[in-house]
Design a binder for this molecule. Structure first.
Ligand code: PBG
Length: 330
């Protein structure tokens, strides 16, 4: 008598494990999120995201060069603007000479082949910390969509390759696509945050951009009327199919690890690339545990990224991108 199947034969040394491995991680998988702030010579660490920084336009140059040298081919830009740039309509987001628009140009001048993706949402520019315009305790949909389309157009004019609406308003992909087409930006792509959940994992990001909903009467305390309910699986498909119909080139699931079932559902259902955003809270958790010596930072980060690939992601926006490549390039 011997075991009918000795599955361990395919695991007995690294040569055979390498041969039979089903999924792989490489520089081609990663989008690096970058936080940009006003000022000069700024490289500020984000308190709840150890070893992650906000850069001013001058220090951004070095950061982008380093990313490019590591093999990163795509960045996703976010801006933190001063309070005087914020109001309820996000007006300043459409300023062709604004921080985002300048940052796009800096990246393109520094690394012309780097794919530049930009965050399109009102929250960094919202005095109330919402992704849309607030009125009488509600987030207005269609008015917000109009503002978002103008914001996206302004990014496209500045040279963005892809705009990435992260707001979850209804109809925004159609509005963005239509305005971009009308204005001749037919090659500007849209990466839609199509299945974005109302997650508590975004906390550190809101610290990074000072963009949390404000605690004021008649302002919703959370984003549950537009971001999706973590209990729901089917509506991720509805949301995503709608965004594809409206013109999304790439769709996204966010956050990552807790939502891998959704990633697999979409990978099985849609024919466009599915991106995953491994978010700030996921980064913070591993950083904290590894600082305590409770988890092995390097091993766990690669395992997490591999799990996201295995679930069906075509690409991953992750704060671990540079560290992952340092390990993979070894
Ligand atoms: C907001 C936005 C958020 C993130 C990206 N865009 C936070 C939110 O919805 O409040 C989160 C990213 C992260 O946590 O890393 N438009």
């Amino acid at each position: 008598m011997y075991p009918l199947n000795r599955n361990r034969r395919l695991r007995q040394n690294s040569a055979i494990r390498d041969l039979v491995r089903e999924n792989h991680l490489s520089a081609n998988d990663f989008i690096l999120p970058i936080f940009i702030t006003e000022g000069e010579n700024v490289k500020e660490e984000i308190a709840s995201m150890p070893d992650y920084f906000r850069y001013s336009l001058d220090t951004l140059v070095e950061e982008v060069k380093e990313a490019w040298e590591l093999g990163i081919k795509s960045v996703l830009l976010f801006v933190k603007v001063e309070q005087d740039q914020k109001d309820n309509t996000g007006e300043a987001a459409t300023n062709d000479d604004g921080l985002m628009q300048k940052a796009i140009k800096v990246v393109k001048e520094t690394t012309p082949e780097m794919l530049v993706m930009t965050d399109v949402a009102l929250d960094p520019f919202s005095s109330l910390g919402h992704d849309g315009i607030v009125k009488d305790g509600k987030i207005l949909n269609d008015e917000s969509v109009e503002a978002l389309a103008k914001m996206a157009l302004s990014h496209a004019k500045a040279g963005a390759d892809f705009v990435a609406p992260s707001d979850m308003m209804d109809g925004r992909i159609l509005a963005l696509r239509t305005l971009l087409e009308d204005e001749g930006f037919v090659n500007t792509g849209i990466m839609s945050y199509s299945a974005k959940y109302a997650s508590a994992f975004y906390g550190p990001f809101r610290d990074a951009l000072d963009s949390a909903p404000v605690d004021v009467k008649d302002v919703p305390k959370d984003k549950k009327t537009y971001q999706m309910d973590p209990a729901n699986r089917k509506e991720a498909i509805t949301e995503t199919l709608t965004d594809i119909d409206e013109g999304a080139d790439i769709v996204m699931v966010k956050p990552g690890l807790c939502y891998l079932d959704i990633v697999r559902d979409l990978a099985n259902t849609v024919d466009v690339p599915v991106a995953v955003y491994q978010v700030s809270g996921e980064y913070a958790m591993l950083k904290a545990a590894s600082e305590k010596g409770w988890l092995d930072y390097e091993e766990v980060l690669l395992e997490q990224l591999m799990a996201i690939k295995r679930a069906g992601a075509s690409m991953i926006a992750t704060y671990f991108a540079k560290d992952a490549l340092r390990l993979l390039n070894k």
